[in-house]
Design a protein around this ligand. Structure first.
Ligand code: SAM
Length: 289
């Protein structure tokens, strides 16, 4: 692992399981056995994993309250040739977890930083949610107060990409209730709960229906959650045409077929046919309701 010509040691950012201890890669085990030191978010927590894989290694704690102070000392150790592995309590370090100051400093100081990829709740949830994954935004943990959460929801409301956030059992119900105040209840969301664990549950339904399930079943409020919200493609298209363009389209839709109305509205207003067509479908749909 350590190249002869390399003077500095290396920093390995090692993903650990998010519940099921078997989700630890062969390479992660080899790396932890091979490094000189493990920087762990919680050394007692890491010990359970290390014991499971018969790894006996010196550890140092690196968590959100000491990482700014601890990182420079670890950098010195790597400069003296030691290899260090960074692990958090679950999943991939830095993803809503400690490690950023250490990785940043290591890069600044010319120390090689190498990933040992593995579990990550965000990616695991996306892969099974049934929502579009081509484009997504990750919000990490939402703020604790309802008003701050609603502000984020309002900012993201018309975002076309799927949005994802982490939530704890204490706030899952309150967060979903806040979400219902800001976005339409018929928007699809997915809730990925306790992934890789005994009570793993993944639901994909309208926000109204998911909230109903969470409210009526206490078990659905327990554990760890990833919440995924479908992007607002339809809403975005409607908002892309102006009120004037919409008025013209509405008048034409009353007189002609969608195809003709869209073609004429494009001529009259200069708006793009594709956007007008999407809006026409939505206007027809809402007038039929
Ligand atoms: N670094 C981790 C990762 O790669 O996913 C995330 C750490 S963050 C402190 C912990 C949060 O991740 C939890 O509150 C929950 O929102 C989410 N999470 C972690 N494990 C999970 C699991 N097994 N199922 C669902 N969500 C999980």
């Amino acid at each position: 692992m350590r190249e002869k010509y390399q003077m500095f040691g290396k920093l390995y950012v090692v993903a650990t399981p998010i519940g099921n201890l078997a989700d630890f890669t062969y390479r992660a085990v080899e790396t932890l056995k091979d490094v000189d030191l493990i920087a762990a978010e919680d050394t007692r927590h890491a010990k359970t994993l290390l014991q499971h894989y018969a790894i006996n290694k010196k550890m140092v704690s690196l968590h959100q309250h000491n990482e700014e102070k601890t990182a420079p000392g670890l950098i010195e150790k790597m400069k003296s040739g030691l290899n260090i592995a960074l692990v958090s309590d679950a999943g991939t370090p830095l993803l809503s977890d400690p490690g950023m100051p250490l990785v940043k400093l290591a890069r600044q100081q010319g120390i090689e930083v190498s990933p040992i990829p593995g579990a990550c709740a965000l990616i695991a949830a996306l892969s099974v949610s049934g929502l579009p994954v081509t484009r997504f935004t990750f919000e990490g943990f939402l703020p604790r107060t309802s008003s701050a959460r609603k502000l984020i929801f309002t900012q993201k409301k018309n975002d076309a990409a799927t949005w994802v956030f982490y939530e704890s059992s204490h706030r899952i119900l309150a967060s979903l209730e806040d979400l219902q105040e800001i976005i339409a209840g018929d928007r699809r969301i997915a809730l990925a709960r306790e992934l890789t664990k005994i009570y793993e549950t993944v639901v994909n339904d309208t926000l109204d229906n998911v909230l109903e399930q969470v409210k009526s079943n206490g078990n659905m409020q327990k554990g760890e959650f990833v919440v995924l919200v479908e992007g607002a493609v339809a809403e975005k298209n409607v908002s892309e045409i102006s009120e004037d363009q919409k008025r013209v389209l509405l008048i034409l839709l009353k007189q002609c077929s969608i195809k003709t109305a869209v073609a004429m509205a494009a001529e009259i207003t200069g708006a793009r046919k594709k956007v007008l067509y999407q809006s026409a479908l939505e206007l027809k749909e809402s007038s039929a309701e």
